[in-house]
Design a protein around this ligand. Sequence first.
Ligand code: NIG
Ligand code: FE
Length: 424
Amino acid sequence: MLIHSATQLLTLAGGPQRGRDLGRLGIIEDGAVLIRDEKIAAVGTSAELRAAYPHEPRLDADGCVVMPGFVDPHTHLIWAGDRAAEFEMKMAGAHYLDILASGGGILSTVRATRTASIETLIAQARSRLFRMFSHGTTTVEAKTGYGLQTATELRLLKALLLLEEESRLDIAITFLGAHAIAPEYKDNPQGYTDLVCETMLPILRQWWETHAPERRLPFVDVFCENKAFTLPQSRQILQTAQQLGFPLKIHADEFDNLGGASLAVELGAASADHLVKTSDADIAALGASDTVAVSLPCTPFGLAECHYTPAQKLLDANALFALATDCNPGTAWNESMQFVIALACRSMKLTPAQAIAAATINSAHAIRMADKVGSLEPGKQADILLLSVPDYRHLGYRFGTNLVKQVIKKGRVYSVDVGYYRTA
Ligand code: NIG
Ligand code: FE
């Protein structure tokens, strides 16, 4: 199939974009892209590709912007219940970490998740995936972390594997057994840390070999934060995971600077995420590394806080910078990378071009999938968006409505916005 007449085709070609290089969209005016099977076969101007492939079935992009599908590299996709009541408490003045310390927050979602059946968990995550897809996300990372006990964490992993089988999206899976101290270990955080290292991670390794032998090992992540896991505990968990062969991620500096980002760099983690209270030393370490700095602006926005990732400092330090939703029931229940882009532009003074690169090729690198997705280049998966806008800068400029007209996933076309009212 030949997609032609894109007012702008954003290729994002040339690999992940470091530091001030961020924002190279690789724009082809009046662009076209040829899809063969599930992959991109050629990219060029409409005139070039029409002449070279005259007999190919055609899809007229009709003045749309055409770009790679969004890659959302940090979500807590799978949970049961909601925290609307806590949102109300927070708006009335309560603090997120104090709610967690008093047994609510993540722990209230843990209670709901532990008692939910796998069918319920799958049904609720399915509708989130559907909303993500219709807002243009074609690849998503998804974490466990609302079980905090071996059996439930494995049930969440099983649910994620089943969701990927049935859904249109690619799902990169992350084990976040170290999301909070399990309630049973409330007064013994080191005991829970040891349980993660000595029991959960070895069981996970074996479980994965039986249940998903053909897949890459999942990432292992840890919430390095006051009232969650200390820096030494985070190191213990990540080093144990690394010895077992798992690739790594970390939640660092969401509320306090404990040094998690430098730990991620030292251990060669794929990404360090949140990075709000990050120190200059940690920023310099990230800038000299291949660990992607993943910013989650929906989280401070969701908590009504005014501090965001120091994105400009990270870019000056030459870091790899990416964006994600952090979709979760506590701080940021948002499924739209379009909204993340709009918020990133305003809160961190990114240009639309920088935010788009951070939400495609760089976010693909944050889950180590940039060889497959995140740009429109021959050989890559045909994951493509048609946006009903005349210029890419409408991403960022506009917010709160869905600009996606069609989503193409592995070469198959799905219509999102039919552009007119349909009567029943
Ligand atoms: O990334 N910080 C830890 N995890 C989530 C919040 C999870 C929750 O509150 O349920 C986050 O913000
Ligand atoms: Fe998170």
